[in-house]
Design a protein around this ligand. Structure first.
Ligand SMILES: [Fe+2]
Ligand SMILES: [Fe+2]
Length: 318
C-alpha cells in the first residue's frame, strides 16, 4: 500500500460523516491488556421505557440499559443510602476508540462505574493517547537500532511528542465530563527482532492507528460538543501523519525481512482487520454519548473498517 493512498481514502470516507449542526454546545494480544473497549457506565433510571412503560422495582436492568442504547451485563444501585429504591442502573458500553498500543500495556483506561459515560469514553481515549507515547519512543529507539532511515526515526520521535499533546487534550475532556485521568501501566520493554517490530507496527499502526486517524477526522466533523470537535480537529492531522508513518515503516521493514517473515506480517495484518471489524460491530455506545462525541454507530463503524481495509489492501480481499 502506498502511503499516499491514505489521504484520498480518508477524504472519501469522511464524506459519509454526518456533519453536526453548529452551536451545540476507546482485546489484545499485547502484554496484559485484556479488553481495550469494555466499560461499565452508570445512568439514572429513565422515567419511561422504550415501549412507553414506567420502570418499577421489578423491571430488569437489561430493559433499562436498552433504553440507553447500552446492554447487559448490568446492575441496579442507589445513588444514596437513604433512597428506598434503586435509582441508577449500570450498563455495559463498548467504546470503539483506536490508537497505537505498546507491547506490555497493563492498564485499560477503565474508570469507576459512577463516572458518566461520556467522561468514561474520554478517559479511555486519554489512556490510549498516553499509551501511544511510550509506543512511539520505543519504536524510534528500535528503528535506530535496526538501521532504519533517519527520517523514520525522527518522525517516530516527533509522533511521541504529539501524542503527549493529544493525551492532554483528551484528559481535559475527561475531567470536564466528570472522569478522573486513568492510570497508565506499561511493563518494561525488552529488545526484539525487526520481525517483531514489523508485526506490532502492522497491527497497531497500519490497522488500529490508521483506523483511529479516520475516527478522529470523523468525530471532528460529527461531534455535537464544540470542544470535542475542536480538540479532534487539532488531533486528526497528526493522526493522519502517524498512520502514514506506520505504512512507511511497514514498507521499509518488509524490504528487510525474508519472504516467510513478510507473509507472517501480512497474515497478522489481515487478522487485525478482521478483529477490528468484529470490535466495531460489537461497539455499543449510549445515544447521547455517540451524539456528543461524534462516534459512529456500530453498523457505520463496521462499514468504515471494511471499506478502509479494502481500500488499503484490496489484494487481501480478492
Ligand atoms: Fe494520538
Ligand atoms: Fe497517533
Amino acid at each position: 500500500m502506498s502511503r499516499r493512498k491514505l489521504r484520498p481514502v480518508f477524504s472519501r470516507l469522511w464524506l459519509l460523516a454526518p456533519v453536526t449542526a453548529l452551536g451545540m454546545g476507546c482485546s489484545s494480544t499485547w502484554g496484559c491488556d485484556s479488553d481495550g473497549h469494555t466499560s461499565q457506565s452508570t445512568f439514572p433510571i429513565p422515567a419511561m421505557l422504550l415501549d412507553g412503560g414506567t420502570p418499577t422495582q421489578a423491571t430488569a436492568c437489561e430493559e433499562l440499559c436498552a433504553s440507553y442504547g447500552a446492554k447487559a451485563p448490568c446492575s441496579l444501585s442507589k445513588s444514596t443510602e437513604d433512597k428506598p429504591e434503586p435509582d441508577q442502573v449500570s450498563c455495559e458500553t463498548l467504546f470503539i476508540c483506536e490508537g497505537r498500543r505498546p507491547e506490555g500495556l497493563c492498564s485499560d483506561g477503565a474508570v469507576a462505574v459512577e463516572v458518566p459515560a461520556l467522561g468514561a469514553l474520554f478517559a479511555r481515549m486519554a489512556h490510549l493517547e498516553a499509551a501511544s507515547v511510550p509506543a512511539f519512543e520505543r519504536l524510534a529507539d528500535e528503528l535506530a537500532a535496526h538501521g532504519a532511515p533517519e527520517r523514520l526515526v525522527r518522525a517516530a520521535r516527533r509522533s511521541a511528542k504529539e501524542e503527549v499533546r493529544h493525551a492532554r487534550a483528551m484528559e481535559a475532556l475527561a475531567l470536564r465530563h466528570g472522569a478522573p485521568i486513568p492510570e497508565l501501566k506499561v511493563a518494561p520493554f525488552q529488545a526484539r527482532s525487526l520481525e517483531a517490530l514489523a508485526l506490532e507496527n502492522a497491527v497497531e499502526g497500519c490497522v488500529r492507528e490508521t483506523f483511529g486517524a479516520l475516527l478522529a477526522g470523523w468525530q471532528a466533523r460529527s461531534a455535537e460538543d464544540a470542544q470535542v470537535r475542536e480538540s479532534l480537529a487539532a488531533i486528526a492531522p497528526d493522526e493522519q501523519r502517524h498512520a502514514e508513518l506506520s505504512w512507511a515503516i511497514d514498507a521499509w521493514a518488509l524490504e528487510q525481512l525474508s519472504p516467510e517473515a513478510r507473509e507472517r506480517v501480512e497474515e497478522a495484518r489481515r487478522e487485525a482487520w478482521r478483529e477490528l471489524e468484529r470490535d466495531a460491530a460489537a461497539s455499543l455506545v449510549p445515544d447521547a454519548v455517540a451524539r456528543a462525541s461524534g462516534l459512529p454507530s456500530a453498523r457505520m463503524a463496521q462499514r468504515l473498517v471494511r471499506e478502509l481495509a479494502f481500500s488499503l489492501m484490496p489484494q487481501a480481499h480478492a
